[in-house]
Design a protein around this ligand. Structure first.
Ligand code: UT7
Length: 336
């Protein structure tokens, strides 16, 4: 059976920066609170007029250029599509010059990239695709209430991408079978209450009780607890499925939601700081873009090296979570 193998990687972050000082100037918060409770200092954010598609095209182009090949299918993992209809991925494919290839959006919140990795691996394993461009992109700051200090300090915008090709088990770059999970009984912990089919917002039929219901809302404390449990559990399962031991993993690449969550997961799994990848201080929580952006940035700065065994794990709304293993290939990575 064919395996998905990484052939190229790329990431792109919008140039505008929002520092903790920028946030403390307009919100009842402090640099100390943000740094000690989240580990964040800076985020990259989109300017008005820039949308998820624009981020995704930049990251996707870099992954294609790094791989030196085209894709048969484009998958966009995102929670912030440009519009509710149509899906955003077809426009990405067109703008990347990939013609009329199949292209679709995938919604699994901050776990979206791992769900996408699973989907891409399946498409490659069955022979439905020889190469898949998998992009995780979110302009999450467009969905966050700028006046809500509990969420406004957490998010940044970014896109990261992998070009996956058909290869063999054991090859450098080979992706292990992702382990995924969900729990819809806790759907209300992370949500945008209105704007979908549950709470209509159109014209005279509107059910919108509070305009704030169009913004992202999260029960942070509860979410934190589940994030640590689910990322730890799925990580153990993915490592076991790969036939590895946790001690053999060279780099832990976990969803960058909060430095304290990262420490808790790393402690639970026995990863010392030198084996943990992190960019949460410089980019914040970038949702579906978090894992591929971290992989690309770490490979570019040398903290992730060819041959490293990597454990990926993520958690988010749904609730949805997952973990996967891979070995980092000898490939180009384009980031700026
Ligand atoms: O990406 C999807 C998955 N997301 C996550 O996994 C995020 C999980 N949750 C978290 O990262 C954390 O829960 C947060 C960073 C969101 C919040 O940290 P916390 O330590 O759980 O704080 P808390 O929500 O328990 O709030 C503690 C206090 C509250 O004040 P009182 O009630 O103790 O007086 C909040 O009102 O901190 C207050 N607070 C703030 N204070 C200053 C909340 N946000 C802020 C803020 N600045 N920005």
């Amino acid at each position: 059976m064919k395996r998905a193998v990484i052939a190229g990687a790329g990431a792109w972050l919008p140039p505008k920066l929002v520092t903790n000082a920028d946030l403390t100037a307009r919100l009842d918060t402090s640099d100390e609170w943000i740094r000690t409770r989240t580990g964040m200092s800076v985020r990259h954010v989109v300017e008005p007029g820039t949308a998820t598609c624009d981020l995704a095209v930049e990251a996707g182009r870099r992954a294609l250029d790094a791989a030196g090949r085209d894709a048969d299918i484009v998958i966009l993992a995102t929670t912030t599509p440009d519009r509710q209809v149509p899906p955003t991925a077809p426009e990405i494919a067109t703008r990347l010059g990939l013609g009329t290839v199949p292209a679709f959006d995938l919604s699994a919140a901050c776990a979206g990239f791992l769900y996408g990795l699973s989907t891409a691996s399946g498409l490659i394993a069955t022979g439905a695709a020889r190469s898949v461009l998998l992009i995780g992109a979110d302009a999450f700051t467009t969905m966050v209430d700028p006046d809500d200090r509990a969420t406004a300090v957490l998010f940044g915008d970014a896109a990261g991408a992998l070009l996956l090709r058909a290869g063999q088990d054991g090859e450098p770059g080979a992706v292990g079978a992702p382990v995924l999970g969900s729990d819809g009984s806790l759907a209300d912990l992370i949500q945008v209450p209105a704007g979908g089919s549950r709470t209509r917002v159109n014209g005279p039929l509107t059910d919108l009780a509070d305009p704030k219901d169009l913004y992202f809302q999260m029960n942070g404390r509860e979410t934190f607890r589940h994030a640590v449990t689910r990322m730890s559990q799925s990580s153990r399962a993915a490592v076991t499925a790969a036939g590895w031991e946790l001690a053999e993993v060279d780099r832990l690449c976990a969803h960058q939601a909060n430095a304290r969550i990262l420490t808790a997961v790393a402690d639970e799994l026995g990863f010392e700081p030198a084996r943990q990848l992190s960019n949460v201080a410089d980019v914040g929580n970038t949702a579906a873009a978090s894992l591929p952006t971290l992989l690309a940035m770490a490979a570019a700065d040398g903290t992730l090296k060819t041959g490293h065994r990597v454990l990926l794990t993520a958690f988010g709304g749904g609730l949805s979570w997952g973990a996967a293993t891979l070995t980092w290939p000898d490939t180009d990575v384009l980031v700026d």
